[in-house]
Design a protein around this ligand. Sequence first.
Ligand SMILES: NC(=O)c1ccc[n+]([C@@H]2O[C@H](COP(=O)([O-])OP(=O)(O)OC[C@H]3O[C@@H](n4cnc5c(N)ncnc54)[C@H](OP(=O)(O)O)[C@@H]3O)[C@@H](O)[C@H]2O)c1
Length: 269
Amino acid sequence: MTRVAIITGISSGMGRAAALYFKQQGFEVYGGARRVERLTDLREKGIHTQKLDVTDKFSVRQLVDRTVSEQGRIDVLINNAGYGEYGPLEEVPIENAKKQFDVNLFAVGQLTQLVLPVMRRQNSGRIINVSSIGANVYSPLGGWYHATKASLNMWSDVLDSEVKRFGIRSIIIQPGLTKSEWSKIAFENARKNLLDNSPYDELVDKVEKLFSKLGTGATSEDLAQVFYHAATDAHPKRRYYNSVVDHSMVMIARTMPNTYRVVLNKLMK
Ligand SMILES: NC(=O)c1ccc[n+]([C@@H]2O[C@H](COP(=O)([O-])OP(=O)(O)OC[C@H]3O[C@@H](n4cnc5c(N)ncnc54)[C@H](OP(=O)(O)O)[C@@H]3O)[C@@H](O)[C@H]2O)c1
């Protein structure tokens, strides 16, 4: 039987790499993004693409309806689309903070609600939610972003406790810094969200420097393989990490918040 996956945000980064990897592994892959011009080569490789804005309920319904009418089932949903609405909490307009929650959390809920009845009928399915080590680890300017990812972790755990009885699992992936367009977009937003003569101007340069100092050891292709494990492991874990370092950072931030803060302060110097 052909396995079927829906992946959001496949025009770039991890979503794109995952679409290609899952297709290579024999999945029928359905997905989309807003920048459709970036999807042509994926379509040529047999991936079913469409224009998708995850915050538009008609757009997500169209994706689910098309998948079900063409394949009759959905084995895996990867809620990957996301971005960082960076900026100082004093200055980020609340409309932008709401947009951040719309994309990174509420859109995940909307799409999942459409997919769950299909998975329940099958008595099987995986919902893979792409969170971040930033659900636990933080730095200045990421306030709203971290809040969405922390919320996503909790949301995913509650969902898992509700749907496991139907053979469905809800799983969190927590990537660390990874090569993609994510950082560029986050810091463009940080600058866009600054008021004129902002006292936080220097902080943006400092945090951007910190990110480039920390570097991006992982590639989007590495993360695509982690997504695949989460989607296909016989006994999936509730959390997946790409590296021991990512896992350790989460453990330190969760269990030793003061130590984490000392390390952050040192890194920011
Ligand atoms: N890269 C990192 O360091 C890192 C670390 C931890 C977690 N993450 C998370 O990993 C996920 C993937 O990010 P990435 O690193 O691959 O970043 P990316 O290269 O910027 O890709 C993000 C993808 O999300 C899509 N997207 C954004 N808003 C959308 C919307 N409203 N509707 C549909 N698609 C939308 C983008 O497509 P369009 O713009 O074309 O719509 C793009 O395909 C995100 O959830 C991110 O928060 C990233």
